[in-house]
Ligand binder design. Structure first.
Ligand code: GAR
Length: 220
């Protein structure tokens, strides 16, 4: 008698919201195509027609769409349309990867599934913009990146995971941004993998432990 087949883990269906270059999107996609992430990219959505993220999705034949904020009367109208488009690809998770728009509370409530965001600072330090320059101006010895649940507070949802690097004496905001970006990619992949495998749950309250990316590029 043959052993019962182990239940297939259904790949996590991921939609990505991105405004710019799209390197985090590319990192996620590469991890998926190299079987390092049990997930499927079901859609890429952007507020910028000419973004690298949209160009990448197009080149890779990933479903994508662009919505122009100027065609909507209010932020809430834009967010409603965005969430409706995203819902159509039935995602399990929305990943904001360089999505440079504030999503209204109405938009967050309308999301079809949980949403996470990657932010280039060790939250709760430096929500918002210019995080690298702010870390340097403050004389911080360490800087890094965080992945958090999207909640109705700018960059203020429950922190799920973080990775940090040392600030170097000759760092400029640009150099620091480049080194932080290099740890963002493995952090985002490891965090999404932990969600896909149920090691990080998004439905819990606000007080659960933050996972750190350790030197072996796994989440502790
Ligand atoms: C990343 O550094 C990401 O953390 C940041 O934008 C960059 C996008 O890069 N996001 C934010 O600042 C959101 N508050 P990418 O387009 O190459 O992934």
């Amino acid at each position: 008698m043959s052993a019962p087949a182990s239940p297939e883990v259904r790949p996590l269906r991921i939609a990505v919201f991105a405004s710019g270059r799209g390197s985090n999107l590319q990192a996620l996609h590469r991890a998926i195509t190299h079987d390092a992430l049990p997930a499927q990219l079901v859609g890429v959505f952007s507020d910028k027609a000419g973004s690298g993220a949209i160009a990448y999705a197009e080149a890779q034949h990933i479903a994508h769409s662009h919505l122009d904020p100027k065609s909507f009367a209010t932020r809430e109208d834009f967010d409603a349309a965005l969430m409706q488009k995203a819902a159509a690809v039935t995602p399990d998770l929305i990943v904001c990867a360089g999505f440079m728009r504030i999503i209204s509370e109405t938009g967050i409530r309308a999301a079809a599934c949980p949403m996470i965001n990657i932010h280039p600072s060790l939250l709760p330090k430096y929500p918002g913009l210019h995080t690298h320059a702010r870390a340097l101006a403050a004389g911080d010895a360490e800087h890094g990146a965080s992945v958090h649940r999207v909640e109705a507070v700018l960059d203020g949802g429950r922190i799920l995971s973080q990775a940090k690097i040392a600030v170097m004496p000759d760092d400029t905001p640009e150099r620091l941004a480049q080194r932080v970006l290099a740890i963002e990619h493995p952090l985002l992949i490891a965090t999404v993998r932990a969600i896909a495998e149920g090691r990080i749950t998004l439905s819990e309250g606000a007080d659960t432990r933050v996972s750190w990316l350790n030197h072996r590029l796994e989440l502790e």
